[in-house]
Every structure is written in C-alpha cells, then in structure tokens.
Design a protein around this ligand. Structure first.
Ligand SMILES: C[S@@+](CC[C@H](N)C(=O)[O-])C[C@H]1O[C@@H](n2cnc3c(N)ncnc32)[C@H](O)[C@@H]1O
Length: 242
C-alpha cells in the first residue's frame, strides 16, 4: 500500500473517531473504569475504586496540573493533549501494579507522563522512559510541560523516532511493567510498537495504548497474543497473564 493511500485511510479513521467520540458516554466510561480494569488487573473493584478516590484527592498534583493546563490552553496549543480521564486510568493501573519500569511513546505536553509519574511518586519508586521526536511541542513549551516538578526526577526523555529509539531502549531498560503507545497512530506504526514492546514485557506486565477506537488493531493484537484486555474511554489496557 502506498503511503498516500495509508495517510488517506488514517484521515478517514480519524474523522470517524471524532464522530464516535461525540456519541461516547464518557461519564459511563469513567463510572465503569474500576469494573473493567478488575477483569484485567490483579486487583478487586473496591481496591481500584480506592485508587480512583486517592487520585481525586491528590491536591499537590491537581494544583500543579491545572495551572499548566491553563497555560497551554491560554496559548491556544492544547489540541492534541490527552484528556485527564485517560491519565487517571493510567494512574490506577500504575498504583495497582506498583509499576517500576515504564516506557511511553508520544509525550507532547506530557498528560499521560504526569499521571504515571504521580502514581510512581505514591508508589515510592519507579522510572518512566518517554520517547518523542526531535523538536518539541508547539508554542513556547517543552515536552512534558504538564509534569509537576515534584515527580519530574523519575522522568527520562529520549528524543528520536520511536522506530529507531525503541528497540535499543527496551533492550537496555526492560523488562517492562508497562508500555504505553501514544505516538504515531497509523496502523503499521502502532503494530510495530505493540510487537516491539510485547517481547520486552515483564510477566504480568501491561501493554497500554491510546486512541484504540481508531481501528480494531488493539483488540485483535491482544486477542492474538493471549492478553486480557479492556478499553476505558479512549485507552486500551492489555495484560499478559503470569
Ligand atoms: C497525541 S500526541 C501525544 C499526547 C501525549 N501522550 C499526552 O499525554 O498528552 C502524539 C505525540 O507523538 C509524537 N510522535 C509522532 N510520531 C512519532 C514517532 N514516530 N516517534 C516518536 N514520537 C512520535 C508527536 O511528536 C506528538 O508529540
């Protein structure tokens, strides 16, 4: 398939996703987060709800995060930032699994990063390796602007195309408790990241992906590889059984 055709299909999928998002009941999605995650993670619904309450009450986090979100909104550049409700899902996952080693692709302003790092702060340990292209986000901001100073020392930024950076990075820092994809959502790239990450996951580790409603790829990939999975809002969570 030519890259022009691939780009056209991707644009079509994005437009369809936009329509689907308007129909999706995000209130219900978040209400059912704990139930859906309990089918995948080694934690009860009650324990997962407790992590959700803990997230809601993290004042130091919400104060810093809200100030920085306001800055990027005021500058008019917040468009591609991942919503906090998806970040909250990652917070719960990282608390439930006490994630130590995590790798994420696609940082931009770092909404996911901020949530993963807040969970690591509560866990009392862990490192997040984050990969994004050379350059930076729009406006006067750096990658990871939303990350509160309090948990920034657990963050390592790797600049480069994930295709080039990931294989050696995963070899060096793996096995991983968590891999999160949120970079290039064209299918060949998503499949490349899922496949590369899967072989470096710790037993019981999580393969997570944003924007899984763009296609059936995440569902198919997790099924073919024997991962238990669920989708909450726009984020897919798949876990290898031990
Ligand atoms: C949707 S944004 C990520 C949003 C972010 N995860 C958040 O929490 O707000 C996508 C990011 O992926 C990056 N990206 C796109 N293609 C990439 C690639 N091949 N390798 C690494 N990063 C890539 C872009 O530069 C952009 O910052």
């Amino acid at each position: 398939m030519t890259s022009t055709l691939r780009d056209a299909i991707y644009a079509l999928r994005k437009a369809r996703l936009g329509l689907e998002r308007r129909r999706l009941d995000y209130g219900r999605e978040t209400d059912e987060r704990a139930e859906r995650l309990a089918a995948v993670l080694p934690a009860s619904i009650a324990e997962l709800r407790e992590y959700e309450r803990e997230y809601d009450s993290l004042e130091w986090f919400h104060d810093a995060y809200a100030d920085r979100v306001a800055e990027i909104h005021e500058a008019g550049v917040a468009t591609d930032t991942t919503h906090w409700r998806d970040g909250a899902t990652l917070y719960v996952v990282c608390r439930a699994l006490e994630v130590e080693t995590a790798v994420e692709t696609g940082v931009l302003f770092g909404s996911f990063d901020a949530h993963i790092l807040a969970a690591m702060e509560r866990n009392g340990g862990g490192t997040l390796h984050a990969v994004d292209l050379p350059g930076g986000p729009p406006g006067r901001f750096d990658y990871g602007h939303l990350i509160p100073d309090r948990c920034r020392d657990r963050w390592r930024l790797h600049r480069g195309d994930a295709r080039e950076v990931l294989p050696a990075l995963l070899e060096r820092v793996g096995p991983l408790d968590l891999f999160l994809h949120d970079s290039d959502h064209r299918l060949p790239h998503m499949r490349f990241e899922y496949e590369t990450a899967l072989s470096h996951l710790e037993s019981g580790g999580v393969l997570a992906s944003h924007d899984v409603r763009l296609s059936r790829l995440f569902d198919r990939f997790t099924e073919e590889n024997g991962l238990q999975s669920c989708v909450v809002c726009d984020t897919g969570i798949g876990r290898q059984s031990r």
